[in-house]
Design a protein around this ligand. Structure first.
Ligand code: GLP
Length: 264
């Protein structure tokens, strides 16, 4: 696992956006096959998306040959609800880039047959060629996508029940009413994320510090599903000084030293 530490979320987001753009361009230079990316919602990726949008508008980057799959969506929330992850993704990314509408995939939380929807999603990912890169965030309790504590690290796309903690944290988007946050969601599994050739996780701010400490230094455990990243050959956490503040000084110094050595 690599840990990239920046002063703040703005610098971390710039790093992530430029890293993703470089990966998209690198694949485009070598093959006509599409770049398949997993995308996340939440407040964390917004600055990364803004920089990707800037690059597309400046003609420095194109999503024409990119296929995306979002990691999760609430169950039962109308697609047009401002806090649906469909709305979020269009507001903060898709409406401003040149990705083809048919290449955008987001789980349908209103599907009549939810199990069939989840199975079809996994099949569509395989049909697209599998993920080149999965961009994720992390919940305060260490959850990745909506894989709450005690989700199997081998889990795949399925319906899950959200913890009260997650509903309370996400209540800020629903007039501060946890009961207004849908109780269930569809989510890719931990194993779906880890099936990607590469995984990049963004985590900024002191609220994420305990989750990062557990994921980086703790045991690999279903209690903190981001810890599954320890078993991935190409996992990177992009964080800031606040979110990395709970790891040991020796761990912090090691991550800094690795990056300095690689940039030499
Ligand atoms: C939700 C999403 C996660 C996201 C998390 C953190 O639980 N399902 O994918 O990582 O929120 O959100 P934020 O970035 O707003 O802290």
């Amino acid at each position: 696992m690599k840990v990239i530490i920046r002063q703040n979320s703005a610098e971390g987001s710039l790093w992530a956006a430029h890293y993703i753009a470089a990966k998209i361009k690198e694949k485009a230079a070598r093959t006509s096959e599409p770049f398949v990316i997993g995308l996340c919602t939440g407040s964390t990726p917004i600055e990364t998306y803004a920089e990707l949008i800037r690059m597309v508008k400046a003609g420095e980057l194109s999503f024409k040959n990119v296929i995306s799959f979002n990691m999760d969506e609430y169950v039962g929330l109308p697609v047009e609800h401002p806090e649906s992850y469909h709305s979020f993704m269009h507001r903060y990314l898709f409406d401003h880039i040149d990705e083809k509408p048919e290449n955008i995939h987001i789980l349908d939380g209103n599907a009549k047959d939810i199990e069939a929807e989840c199975a079809a999603y996994e099949e569509a990912i395989v049909k697209a060629g599998g993920f080149d890169l999965f961009l994720g965030g992390v919940g305060e309790d260490g959850h990745i996508a909506f894989n709450e504590p005690f989700s199997s690290l081998s889990s795949r796309t399925r319906v899950v029940t959200l913890t009260q903690d997650t509903r309370e944290v996400n209540a800020r988007f629903f007039d501060n009413d946890p009961e207004a946050v849908p109780a269930q969601a569809l989510t890719v599994g931990v194993a779906t994320v880890l099936s990607s050739k590469e995984v990049v996780i963004l985590a900024f701010g002191s609220k994420k510090a305990r989750a990062l400490q557990a994921a980086i230094e703790g045991p690999m455990s279903h209690y903190c599903t981001l810890s599954g990243l320890q078993n991935h050959p190409a996992g990177t956490i992009v964080c800031d000084e606040n979110s990395i503040s709970e790891v040991k000084v020796s761990s912090y110094r090691y991550f800094k030293a690795v990056e300095a050595a690689e940039n030499r």
